[in-house]
Design a protein around this ligand. Structure first.
Ligand SMILES: *[C@@H]1O[C@H](CO)[C@@H](O)[C@H](O)[C@H]1NC(C)=O
Ligand SMILES: [Cu+2]
Length: 133
């Protein structure tokens, strides 16, 4: 039994080490608060993270009350929901960041973007690039 136990521990350690060097990260938007209104300064959240090409954003929310829209910079700034680049409504959306640059997301429900449910994610070149652009 002791042998089996140590084999399991060894396996777990290998998984941890593997995670440590894995290229892409998941970022839960708003951390444990998720994607909602009135709890989180999403820009502060984004500014405290490093996003890399190939990382995944996870938006968790109640789909009755929120959604996720990817927007142009201008429509992000003005909270104009008329022409989203993409719309996500599952309540548990995983969006992979492909390529460096800015990704602008808002909630499309009336008033939510104006109230701060919006985030500007800046993606740097790759996981191995530790220097911000
Ligand atoms: C949103 O943008 C479109 C074109 O970019 C414009 O026609 C429309 O009036 C805008 N809506 C609002 C509410 O500003
Ligand atoms: Cu919302």
């Amino acid at each position: 039994m002791a042998l089996a136990k140590s084999a399991v521990i060894c396996l777990m350690m290998m998984m941890v080490i593997h995670c440590g060097v894995s290229m892409a990260a998941n970022h839960m938007v708003g951390d444990s608060a998720g994607w909602t209104i009135g709890h989180t300064n999403y820009q502060k959240w984004a500014d405290s993270k490093n996003f890399h090409d190939g990382d995944t954003l996870v938006f968790k929310y109640n789909s009755q009350n929120h959604n996720v829209m990817r927007m142009s910079h201008q429509d992000y700034s003005s909270c104009n929901t008329s022409f989203p680049i993409a719309v996500y409504t599952s309540g548990s959306d995983r969006i992979t960041l492909q390529g460096p640059g800015h990704y602008y997301f808002i909630c499309g429900f009336p008033g939510h973007c104006e109230f701060g449910q919006k985030v500007n994610v800046r993606v740097t070149r790759s996981s191995s690039d530790l220097h911000p652009l």
